[in-house]
Design a protein around this ligand. Sequence first.
Ligand SMILES: C[S@@+](CC[C@H](N)C(=O)[O-])C[C@H]1O[C@@H](n2cnc3c(N)ncnc32)[C@H](O)[C@@H]1O
Length: 250
Amino acid sequence: MREQNIYDNQKFFEEYQNMRNSLSANELIEMPQLLELIGDVTNLSILDLGCGTGGHDRKFIEMGAKRVVGVDLSSNMINEENKNTSSNKIEYKIMSMNDIDQLGEKFDLVVSSLAIHYVEDYDSLCKKVYHILNDGGRFIFSHGHPMDSCAILQDYANNFVIINDKKYFLISDYNNEGKRISHWFVDGVETYHRNMSHLVNGLIDAGFQLEHMAESYATKEIIKIKPKYKEQNDHSYYVYFKCKKEYSKN
Ligand SMILES: C[S@@+](CC[C@H](N)C(=O)[O-])C[C@H]1O[C@@H](n2cnc3c(N)ncnc32)[C@H](O)[C@@H]1O
């Protein structure tokens, strides 16, 4: 299966890093909301899909996790992550999350932060995650929100109309799932749009019990720091899922 590795494009990587070093929506909104859903990780073994350089894995060790394995397709991202990590409880692997069935290890918790929408075959990934979890284990992740990812024209500067001084975001092609190509730092960035029922049913069909779902929003404090993010309350950028492997089906 052909997979785009855009984070190894040097221009993309440098601009992405600059964005992450400012107060981005990842830092202000996504990371705190995902960590809240994850909760206590004391003594858990954790697999992070698309771990990037974001520091979630270092945070998990600070929070008391027993061991963290981070996998990412991009050597740029993993090398950066390695530079920042001193803990011998964290291991990074340059590999696709599509190959996690080859890890030969089971985990108590599988997490992923804004990486699964780069993967084409969501249903098969959910099944692989189910199989590498211990019984009682959880899969908790964020994904681009379908209301944000649906438009064929993925042009963040022009994805709205203004009527009576109010911004209305464009929703189109919601049920035409599949690849979207956007200009994000560089041309040709590939992600995958799935509608909400697909995101939920992929988990249920894999055997998971869905425990909680959430959609990104901006608090007053966030809006004070970055007024632009008040649009999160018109239009969520991210959706979050928390689900559990109750028992082994086989
Ligand atoms: C938006 S970044 C998020 C990084 C990190 N999770 C964070 O929140 O800081 C998405 C990451 O997913 C990785 N990625 C994309 N497709 C992947 C795949 N098939 N397997 C593993 N990692 C992948 C990218 O290389 C990139 O590091």
